[in-house]
Design a protein around this ligand. Structure first.
Ligand code: ACO
Length: 379
């Protein structure tokens, strides 16, 4: 086949590049499975710690296995002092840039950084999953001029995350919401950031490189940035009565409604359904039911788009949930990143275990054999 008649798969739409046992998305039916377990069962019954184990190891843990695993996670939650110094130096950067830089820097403190065996990669993934919430919370404190708070070994990852941001043991209902949110974000097929992580791993770069790549790719508004954009939209709408006009004007102007649409789901993203009632209850509990009402109105106006497969995705309700929990808007995407580290790790392990260099082609459409003119003769 010559390059001229090569078939282009722009955006790699519908292209399968390998096999996986980590997760399965049935985009038509709106179903998601981690390691064969429905997200509906996991979101309602499992802690994030259990799901990290499931996604990375492949099985649900027994009580004994979970307790040992939680001890490993807790042993890694604190950050080396030089990482905190780096965070101080770059405190004015976007939280995702700080997370990416701190994870990259953590490579230099990890004794197994260059060991790409499955066992070492899983140990590193466990450490990074434990360290990431501490990075995000430490940065949040430092940029507000406050002292960082060390993780409390008696708290879960989710409760610790809120504790280290706000300095108070969180309401268990709030911690439960963050826990569920982490569960819902843990793994998701060959999304752009997991693909980025796999490309990195395919060159036999290490896990820290792959996760740094994943965080970089996640930052874009078409991927992880939508939760923040949905909240910005809700703030602009301001009240339920303005929602229909806002949506119509945005669409008429060729804009997109954030938190809608997905490359794989052509039905409702099942993850969004797990946050919907929680957001309603949270809004009532915090005395701010209007954000839920605004989003309900947006859903109503967008209803005709579901016939074209444009439905709400996971980010649609999560932004308002973080907002009501008092989390600053530019931290929203970092919460997604923290939740996704187990999925990136699982996919990097899969890539290493059956590696092939990910190296597609580009069809060249420029000129050839152009006349070379020495610099002194160029006008
Ligand atoms: N609002 C209105 N129309 C939309 C939306 C939307 N949110 N999303 C897609 N469409 C329309 C497009 O305009 C296009 O219409 P056309 O065929 O008439 O040109 C059609 O649906 C297909 O859109 P594509 O951009 O080709 O779909 P793609 O699969 O490339 O994009 C994406 C998926 C990027 C998620 C897109 O739906 C989008 O921009 N959504 C808003 C951002 C968002 O919510 N991102 C989070 C995704 S979920 C996640 O990463 C956790």
């Amino acid at each position: 086949m010559t390059e001229e008649n090569a078939t282009l798969y722009r955006g790699l739409r519908e292209v399968y590049i390998d096999r996986t046992t980590s997760s399965y998305i049935d985009g038509k039916a709106g179903k998601l499975y981690y390691r064969g377990f429905s997200i509906d069962d996991l979101a309602e019954n499992c802690s994030f710690e259990e799901v990290i184990y499931l996604v990375m190891i492949g099985e649900l843990p027994t009580t004994g296995e979970l307790s040992e695993f939680v001890s490993d996670l807790k042993a890694s939650m604190e950050l080396p002092e030089p990482i905190i110094d780096i965070i101080r130096i770059i405190k004015d950067a976007h939280p995702m840039d700080v997370l990416r830089t701190a994870i990259s820097a953590l490579a230099t403190f990890d004794p197994e950084v260059n060991d790409n065996s499955t066992e070492a990669t899983l140990r590193k993934g466990t450490r990074l999953t434990a360290q990431a919430p501490t990075i995000v919370a430490t940065h949040s404190r430092i940029r507000e001029g406050k002292d960082p708070i060390k993780p409390d070994p008696d708290l879960s990852i989710a409760a610790n995350f809120l504790y280290m941001i706000f300095g108070e043991i969180p309401d268990p209902q709030d911690a439960k919401l963050i826990d569920k949110d982490f569960v819902l974000h843990a793994e998701h097929g060959l999304n752009a950031s997991s693909f980025g992580a796999r490309v990195s791993a395919s060159t036999q770069a290490d896990l820290h490189c792959a996760i740094t790549t994943g965080i970089s790719v996640l930052k874009g508004p078409s991927h992880g940035g939508a939760a923040e954009s949905v909240m910005t939209m809700s703030l602009e709408i301001g009240s339920e009565d303005n929602a229909a006009d806002y949506v119509r004007k945005t669409l008429d102007g060729g804009g997109r409604i954030m938190g809608f649409g997905h490359r794989v789901y052509k039905a409702i993203d099942p993850r969004s359904l797990h946050l919907q009632d929680d957001l309603k209850a949270l809004g009532e509990r915090k005395g701010e039911p209007k954000w839920y009402s605004i989003l309900q109105k947006v859903l109503e106006v967008m209803q005709p788009y579901s016939r074209r497969g444009i439905c709400q995705n996971v980010d649609f309700f999560s932004g308002a949930m973080y907002y009501l929990l008092g989390i600053p808007e530019d931290l929203f995407i970092s919460i997604f990143a923290v939740g996704r580290i187990p999925g990136w790790t699982a996919q990097v392990v899969e890539q290493f275990e059956n590696n092939i260099l990910l190296r597609p082609r580009l069809q060249y459409v420029g000129e050839l054999d152009r006349e070379f003119i020495p610099i002194e003769d160029r006008s």
